[in-house]
Design a protein around this ligand. Sequence first.
Ligand code: MLT
Length: 399
Amino acid sequence: MKLNDNFQKLAKNYLFSEVAARIARFKEGNPGVDVIRMDIGDVTRPLPKAVISAMHEAADEMASSATFRGYGPEQGYQFLREAIAANTLDTDGNPVYDPDDIFISDGAKSDVGNLVDLFGSDARVALMDPGYPVYYDSNVMAGREVEWMECRPENGFRPSLPQERPDVVYLCFPNNPTGVALTRDELQRWVDYANEVQAVIIFDSAYNAYVRSADVPRSVYEVPGAERCAIEVCSFSKSAGFTGMRLGYTVVPKTLAGFFSDGAPASLHDMWRRRQCTKFNGASYVVQRAAMGLFTPEGRAEAEASVRLYLENAGKLRDCFAAMGWQVTGGVDSPYVWALDPRGRDSWDIFQRVLEDCHVSVTPGSGFGDRGRGCIRLTGFNTAANTELAIDRFRKNFK
Ligand code: MLT
């Protein structure tokens, strides 16, 4: 039996499984205590009514032989790809995607994990530290070493350029976990760098719905040159409450070219299509139809109201921790607040203290990488009432 030894290099548990297990242990020992969840970025508001109606209609279609659907197109239904493209516009009102470049999937997390299939096992990968653990874990499973792009408090948790020329650079903005967003000029520098060194940027755009600042782009393709170097991964989870529905998409432009090791030219779009057709049978028809409810005026308004609420919550958390003397980022163009403890305690110790003293769960910063040590991440994805309650407990316990 020859197993993948790379699994031995991973932490025993995935970050959010470990957090959930510790919360479960605490609850077992403290029955009746209500823990306010501010750890994993899971939404709490119900789906927009227009989404529910579209989903009901699609479920009814499945009940009649005239309208029943079996396997769908691996790349996703044309109706959804066209709706996404027609509704994703730059600041001048021009579409940023070609519908043919969009691949619908069961979520951004799966796509981020699966994109490792496109690159050679010896590809050099540059990752932000701290960063979303799926980037590291999936590359380690594929047998790759990674180079860390450190994000330090001194540089506002912005990544430094890699020391060595990478083949693949993972960027996530607005960032998970730090909540930092890049301006157009900052993103342009990364795109220019990637084109210069012929690297691919995997741009995780899962939190683009939270962008409010005028100089922060929502899509990497708002920046000239990105169509030649970037793959963009998007999600309906945080923008529309689809965490339990599972729906996302990845954009691989046909203009994104590379070379195989024998020098033969390669289209990453064709490679991704080939990969998806082999290993994926498409997202469910009912869920893709449900998403169409988001492109109605009512659906759009309801989804936007939830995003606004989460942003307001994050802003309050940011203010609370800043007032207590923690160094804080995020909470402006992001649902996440990232806070560095002025007392320099270990992240897991803070996690435990917050859980036991405040009955609030947060995510320990060190779970996102070494540069996250001494930090915690909080989310605005709760109700306004629970956010206020948590803030009240933080103020009392962290005087
Ligand atoms: C997070 O909390 O970092 C995210 O919700 C995890 C995810 O989207 O998979």
